[in-house]
Design a protein around this ligand. Sequence first.
Ligand code: ZN
Length: 352
Amino acid sequence: MQAVFDGHNDVLLRLWENRNKGGDPVKEFIGGTTQGHIDLPRARKGGLAGGLCAIYIPNATETVFSAPESDGHYDTPLAEPLDRVYAFDIASEFIDIAYKLDRAGGWKICRTGQDIDNALADGDFAAVLHMEGCEALDKDLKALELFYQAGLRSLGPVWSRHNIFGHGVPFSYPMSPDTAPGLTDAGRELIKACNSLGILIDLSHITEKGFWDAAKLSNQPLIASHSNAHALTPVARNLTDKQLAAIAESNGLVGLNYVTTMLREDGQVNTATPMSDMVRHIDYLVGKVGIDGVALGSDYDGGPIPEGIADAAGTQNLVQALREAGYGEDDLAKLCRENWLRVLRAAWHENH
Ligand code: ZN
């Protein structure tokens, strides 16, 4: 088994939604459930040792994904911008759940590479707090320190909607990621603040212009935690060859997203997506970025994934498919965790 440290999951969103309906996040995570993708029993079974856990602020009204037209294309309108106070309140509720799990022994919130190493060695689920879209922050970043002190070690300036920091891409197919402007002045300040504090900057969900704006300013390796190859699946959320080349150049990383719309040639929601589509993206990404710059970014609990994995308990099915495709154990260790650990340490100013 190869322990997997994964670049993106939405388990906190599922636990938060359930708590709003009377559920108990600690019981659900530690005791397990049949719902969604991640809980402790299923993570242990599948060798999912930890990952970046998103603080994601849901839209005020539910996102309705547009059905494909007869020729297969679809255009999902971009979600509406969010109110800061609404977003701040929900972000604090996600953090409340994260620490209730930490205190109950469900997982360990990790702030350093050493914390992750320790959690992995002890068999604890290593959770790194990530903010997916910074609607909870004010333009002067007066709340950033508060979140940093609460353990935030990674953020994406935008999700797939616009905010005061920049512009996100819609869930549309086929579509270029060059859909809107890039970072705002406040977004540029956010990149600088992350560089100086040591918070990883995640460029998944941002427009292509935003990607280049961040690339120009940031002194970190370029990271897209849960995006795939646009050449294979031309959704706006995936990365062009030019973006992949820039990631390679910066010693950065791209994490494979398991959601079927981002894997399939036709960009559709269809859980009967073969494992070969995942291997095909990994092969392509490794060809463009190199074996040191590709990793996993499942998006567990974030969308429909191939039935060959089904949930966190099936994580090793992907590892096995890659093994059968010819990846040796040293390469698998890089894809499964070592590459993530390297870029996190770089972003966190840890030289070892
Ligand atoms: Zn996402």
